[in-house]
Design a protein around this ligand. Structure first.
Ligand code: DNO
Length: 393
C-alpha cells in the first residue's frame, strides 16, 4: 500500500499579508491555511466572500486546505445569554464553508487571549529572531503592570522575587514593550487592549474555573458537531498556548488528559484536534509521539514547531528540528497515522525565525515571516522523505 504524504501547507493572513500566495507556492507548499481575517469574531462567513478568497487561492495554483480559525466568540466561551445566537452563526459559517468545498476547520477555546509570548524578537546566536515566553517576564507583567487582583497567590516566592527584581531593572520603554507584546496585535486576540481593558476581560472569568469552561466547551460541541457532521466538516481544536494557566484564566487544552476529555465529550470524527507540537511541547510531561499515536484517530491537522524549555517554565521557539520536541519521532507517528487512515494530513511548519532578508521587513505577523517558515517546511519535508526511505533510521 502506498502511504500518503503529508499535505504541505503554509499559513496566509489574506491579501494584506506581507507574504504572498506566490511566496507560499515558491516555498513548495501545495496548500494554504487561512481565514477571513477581515471579519470580526462572531460574524457569519458569507458564501460570496469565502468563494472569492478561495478563487484567489486556486488562481495561485494552491488549495485552501484548512481554515484557521473560525474563532469562537467570548459569549460562547463564557456561556452568556448571547451564546445561542453565536452558536447559530457558527453553524451557518460551517455550512457556508462546506458549500464552498472547505472541510477542515481549526479553532481554539482559550479564554480572552490567543497565544501569549513575552518577546517576539529573541536574538538567536546567528542573528535570527525567535519568539520567546519568559516566565519571569510574564509574572512581572501580571504582578507589576497589570497588578491583577489575587495574582500573588499564583506564583512561588522565588518567582515573585525574581519579578520584583526584573521590574526594578527594566526601563520604562522595556516595560511598555513587554505590555504591548503580551496585549497587542497577536493573531486572534482582541486588538489594542489597554491594561485596564484586559483586566475587565479577565473579570468575566472570575466565576469560570476550568471545570466550567470545559462544560461550556461541551455545550459548544453539542451545538455545532451535528451540523459539522451533516455537512462533512471536521473541527480541530488547537491546544492552549502556552499550555498552562495564565493570568488566573481557566485552561482546558494542555495535555493528553484534556484532549481526551474533549474528544470523549462528543463522540464524533468531526470533533477533532489540531496537534500542535509547539504548544503541547512547552509542557514537560507531554509525550508527543505517544499522544499522536493514541489520539491520532481524531487528529485532522498538524502544526509542526519546536520549543526549547527552561526549568522555570520559560521556553523559546527553536529551529524546527532542534529543541525538546523529538520531531523525527513525531514524524514517524504522523507517517504511521497516515498509513492507518489512508489519507494525507495537512501540516504546516508553525512559525519560523525572522532571518536573512526578512529582518529588513517589519510587516510580518510575529512568527510568520517567509524565509524561516520556508526553512522549517524544507526541513520537515526532508525529514519525512528521509524517514520513508529509511535514510533516517
Ligand atoms: C499561533 C497560532 C494560533 C492559532 C489559533 C487557532 O501562531 O497557532 O494563533 O492559530 O489559536 O485558533
Amino acid at each position: 500500500m502506498k502511504v500518503p504524504f503529508l499535505e504541505q501547507t503554509m499559513r496566509w493572513f489574506g491579501p494584506r499579508d506581507a507574504v504572498t500566495l506566490a511566496h507560499i507556492r515558491q516555498a513548495g507548499a501545495t496548500g494554504v491555511v487561512t481565514a477571513l481575517h477581515e471579519l470580526a469574531c462572531g460574524e457569519v462567513w458569507p458564501v460570496d466572500l469565502i468563494r472569492l478568497r478561495n478563487a484567489e487561492i486556486t488562481a495561485a495554483g494552491l488549495r485552501w486546505s484548512v481554515v484557521e480559525s473560525v474563532p469562537v466568540h467570548e459569549a460562547i466561551k463564557q456561556n452568556t445569554a448571547d451564546a445561542a445566537m453565536y452558536l447559530d452563526r457558527y453553524r451557518q459559517s460551517l455550512q457556508n464553508l462546506a458549500a464552498c468545498g472547505i472541510h477542515v476547520v481549526c479553532y481554539n477555546f482559550m479564554a480572552v487571549t490567543d497565544w501569549t509570548r513575552t518577546n517576539l524578537a529573541m536574538p538567536m546566536p546567528g542573528g535570527a529572531e525567535a519568539l520567546r515566553f519568559d516566565a519571569v517576564d510574564a509574572a512581572t507583567f501580571d504582578l507589576h503592570l497589570l497588578k491583577r487582583r489575587g495574582a500573588e497567590a499564583g506564583y512561588t516566592p522565588a518567582v515573585r522575587e525574581a519579578a520584583e527584581r526584573r521590574f526594578s531593572e527594566m526601563t520604562a520603554d522595556q516595560l511598555t514593550q513587554l505590555s504591548r507584546t503580551i496585549l497587542l496585535g497577536l493573531p486572534g486576540t482582541v486588538d489594542n487592549l489597554t491594561v485596564e481593558q484586559f483586566q475587565g476581560l479577565l473579570d468575566h472569568y472570575a466565576a469560570i474555573d476550568s471545570a466550567k469552561l470545559r462544560e461550556h466547551h461541551r455545550r459548544f460541541l453539542e451545538a455545532v458537531i451535528p451540523t459539522a457532521e451533516s455537512c462533512g466538516v471536521v473541527l480541530a481544536i488547537h491546544p492552549d498556548d502556552p499550555p498552562f494557566p495564565m493570568f488566573g484564566l481557566p485552561r482546558i487544552v494542555g495535555d493528553e488528559d484534556g484532549l481526551r476529555q474533549i474528544i470523549q465529550a462528543v463522540d464524533s470524527p468531526s470533533n477533532g484536534i489540531t496537534f500542535c507540537t509547539g504548544s503541547l511541547g512547552a509542557r514537560p510531561g507531554n509525550d508527543l509521539p505517544g499522544m499522536l499515536k493514541r489520539l491520532g484517530h481524531r487528529v485532522h491537522f498538524l502544526h509542526l514547531r519546536n520549543v526549547k524549555r527552561e526549568p522555570d517554565g520559560s521556553f523559546f521557539e527553536d529551529d524546527h528540528l532542534a529543541g525538546d520536541v523529538n520531531m523525527p519521532a513525531v514524524m514517524r507517528e504522523a507517517i504511521a497515522l497516515m498509513q492507518r487512515i489512508d489519507k494525507p494530513l495537512p501540516m504546516r511548519p508553525d512559525h519560523g525565525h525572522r532571518m536573512l532578508g526578512d529582518l529588513e521587513n517589519n510587516n510580518f505577523y510575529a512568527g510568520y515571516s517567509t524565509i524561516g517558515r520556508l526553512k522549517g517546511l524544507a526541513e520537515l519535508r526532508g525529514l519525512e522523505v528521509g524517514l520513508r526511505t529509511g535514510a533516517g533510521s
